[in-house]
Design a protein around this ligand. Structure first.
Ligand code: URP
Ligand code: ZN
Ligand code: ZN
Length: 464
């Protein structure tokens, strides 16, 4: 029976802030004592949290590890991606398994288990991307849910690759609703976008900025509106992934104001980067190609407002890294061939603390909520994950709110040859990261090992 005491810290949850000692027994939070009121021990491990915060570990509900996409494969696998996540204070993630077109759902699930098993540094779950919704796969959805994969993603974008049409989306939503599963939507009108892409290329417009110019926000607003209407007809909850723009947010607000179970996440890239980054010279813009595209900088404050008003509930990363050398370069002659995606699993907590809490845009409690508690609740992991409470997994951060550091590809741990935030100074970092009670990162040193992470069998959706 391993016993750990975190002493003298300030516990921060989504709702409370108070001085306490936190006792951990066998990987679970066993007791929370008033300041310095914990028994003298013996403790196997004691951690001094004086002057620091004790918070639930981050939960990243949107990653793409080891994912074949855009003619290549995302550069972090489950070993490197989950380790980098741990360095940055994320202790659980939910990755997207993919059903290949024409194949059973189970084959996609099995493939992702194979990618992750024995490799992950932190606990992980899966959503399942459905690329075919038909009698066979609809029938299979129940089994997938019973295995703890309780959310499905469908794409209105990427025609010929991941795209499914409205009939398929509607059927998938109806079945998900019956099963208590949640549908995650990539809401962008990919069919119309492809026309703009072909027209731009025909005019010789090949550089990365055209990625943004051919995917205007109206295409995301239209997709978001359509997804909410389809979900309303299907009487299903819906979760908009990687929401990037003002007009898409307006659609979410409108749906929520009508009382619909509409949820949405945004990502750090839409809060901290902008379309201007895609215009960087010498093909530098390729580093910033992700979908939906980065937007004009004036939309960032609308997203922050959405986070403050709870119209946006989650910030996850959409971590989907591709190296500039050899991967992004595939699109040297055509922006349409640049693999879509950016690294972010390690930097989310740093950026949101620095640019959110320290900048006065959100409170510490809201920081915990959008990075951990809300994704745990929405995706069926709460209260095992996402809070500091007796009985919860001891996935905890001892967070030094004053730690100053500079984000750089050279010091970050994701397997990718650039950082979109290169040179940016941020304040705030974990001194200790605990995964089920084990210290996996201490003062920037990784102490965990490959395979420590376990598959998270998630519960069904229960927020209606
Ligand atoms: O650019 C992105 N977002 N790549 C990953 C695939 C997706 O749409 O989430
Ligand atoms: Zn997507
Ligand atoms: Zn994604």
């Amino acid at each position: 029976m391993k016993k750990t005491l975190i002493q003298g810290g300030t516990v921060v949850t989504a709702v409370d802030t108070y001085a306490a000692d936190v006792a951990i027994v066998d990987g679970k939070i066993a007791a929370i004592f008033g300041p310095d009121a914990a028994p003298a021990g013996p403790w196997d491990v004691t951690i001094d949290a004086r002057g620091k915060y004790i918070m639930p570990g981050g939960i990243d509900a949107h990653t793409h590890l080891d994912m074949p996409f855009g003619g290549t494969t995302s550069s972090d696998d489950f070993e490197t991606g989950t380790r980098a996540a741990a360095y940055g204070g994320t202790t659980s993630l939910v990755d997207f398994a993919i059903q290949a077109k024409g194949e059973p759902l189970q084959k996609g699930v099995d493939a992702w288990h194979e990618k992750a098993e024995g490799k992950a540094a932190i606990d992980y779950g899966f959503h399942l991307i459905m690329t075919d919704v038909n009698d066979g796969t609809v029938a299979e959805m129940g089994r997938v849910v019973s295995e703890g994969i309780t959310s499905f993603k469908m794409f209105m974008a990427y025609p010929g690759v991941l795209f499914v049409d409205d009939a398929q989306i509607f059927r998938g939503m109806q079945r998900a609703s019956e099963l208590g599963a949640l549908v995650c939507m990539h809401a962008e009108n990919g069919i119309a976008i492809d026309v703009l892409v072909q027209q731009a290329l025909a005019k010789g417009h090949t550089s990365p900025i055209y990625h943004a110019l051919t995917r205007p926000q109206v295409m995301e607003a239209e997709g978001t509106h359509r997804a909410i209407c389809l979900a309303e007809m299907a009487q299903a909850p819906v979760y908009m992934v990687h929401l990037s723009a003002t007009r898409a947010l307006e659609q979410v607000v409108e749906g929520r104001d009508r009382g619909l179970p509409v949820f949405a996440e945004t990502c750090p890239q839409y809060l901290f980067l902008s379309q201007d980054d895609l215009a960087r010279p010498d093909f530098e813009g390729a580093k910033y190609v992700c979908t939906p595209a980065l937007r004009p900088a004036n939309m960032q404050e609308d997203l922050w407002r959405g986070l403050r008003t709870h119209d946006l509930q989650v910030v996850s990363t959409d971590h989907c890294p591709f190296c500039q050398k050899g991967q992004k370069e595939l699109g040297k002659d055509s922006f349409a061939k640049i693999p879509n995606g950016m690294p972010g699993v390690e930097t989310r907590m740093y950026l949101l603390w620095d640019g959110g809490v320290r900048a006065g845009r959100i409170s510490m409690n809201r920081f915990v909520e959008i990075t951990s508690t809300a994704p745990a609740k929405i995706f069926g992991m709460y209260p095992r994950k996402g809070t500091v409470a007796v009985g919860a997994d001891a996935d905890l951060l001892v967070w030094d709110g004053e730690k100053r550091h500079v984000l750089s590809e050279r010091t970050l741990h994701m397997r990718v040859d650039y950082s979109p935030y290169e040179g940016r100074e941020v304040v705030g970092a974990p001194s200790h990261v605990l995964s089920r009670g084990n210290v996996v990162v201490e003062n920037g040193q990784y102490l965990g090992k490959k395979g420590d992470g376990r598959f998270l069998k998630r519960g069904t959706f229960n927020l209606m």
